[in-house]
Design a protein. Structure first.
Length: 255
């Protein structure tokens, strides 16, 4: 719980579960700024690449994010440049790690940065997502860097078909690949009280519609909503669930 300017506060929670996999390769964290009240960074990395390779890649993303965020000065530095730097420096570090290991570590990245003036910046690379809700209504979400998303954009399949497509997990880009990762950024000029921001891996969003997500994050406090989302995802996976993780932040009215 992070106090912000008079009238509202930022409530945050994270959740993570191994699912039905042998290893946990997702990592997620919410960092509050050490010097700027009301400024936070939520970041998620879904690692890929063998027993330890994916976890190492995800850990590197969070380590670099923490280091860069702690040096960030919200009043004078560019928020979008900070997020781009997190992606590119993480990508380089993961590639360097691959040179000295037998694995081929890769990772997705999705993050949002809330500034003290309620401005919000979003970035992602891969198929981990950021959703923004006003009340229970979705304002926007990121669109995956994946084969099936490209098929949706080309009109070959619809969103419902994409979710159950046999190639749903094939990415068109991520951190640690030979080519530079795809980077998509977005900005919201001002968040309002009652707004919720959700970052989650495909192991979670795969089991929900946007309407379901909005209803849950609006009805419950972030900690309770996180627990419910993970519980429902595990039930719906029926023994075949991937690693799943999320971070949820809501602007809550004081009182």
């Amino acid at each position: 719980m992070t106090p912000d300017s008079p009238g509202y506060r930022l409530l945050a929670a994270t959740g993570i579960d191994r699912g039905d996999r042998l290893y946990q390769q997702d990592q997620v964290e919410v960092f509050t700024h050490p010097r700027a009240e009301g400024c936070l960074l939520a970041i998620l990395a879904d690692g890929m690449g063998g027993k330890s390779g994916g976890r190492k890649a995800a850990d590197q993303v969070l380590l670099i994010a923490r280091q860069l965020f702690e040096r960030f000065a919200p009043a004078k530095d560019s928020a979008s440049e900070l997020l781009r730097k997190i992606v590119l420096e993480s990508h380089l570090m993961i590639k360097l790690t691959a040179i000295t290991s037998e694995q081929e570590p890769h990772s997705t990245l999705a993050a949002f940065l809330v500034l003290p003036n309620r401005e919000c910046h979003i970035i992602h690379a891969g198929d981990s997502r950021v959703y923004v809700f006003r009340g229970s209504n979705m304002l926007t979400r990121t669109f995956d860097h994946s084969l099936v998303q490209r098929m949706v954009e080309d009109g070959e399949i619809n969103e419902e078909e994409a979710n159950d497509h046999p190639h749903a997990h094939l990415l068109t880009g991520c951190l640690g690949a030979d080519e530079d990762p795809p980077i998509t950024v977005a900005r919201m000029d001002r968040l309002e009280t009652g707004d919720s921001l959700l970052v989650c891996s495909d192991g979670l969003w795969h089991y929900f519609t946007s309407r379901e997500l909005g209803t849950i994050v609006n009805a419950l406090k972030p900690r309770d909503a996180s627990k419910m989302l993970i519980s429902k995802a595990r039930q719906r996976a029926r023994g075949g669930g991937d690693n799943l993780s999320l971070a949820l932040v809501r602007l809550d009215t004081l009182g």
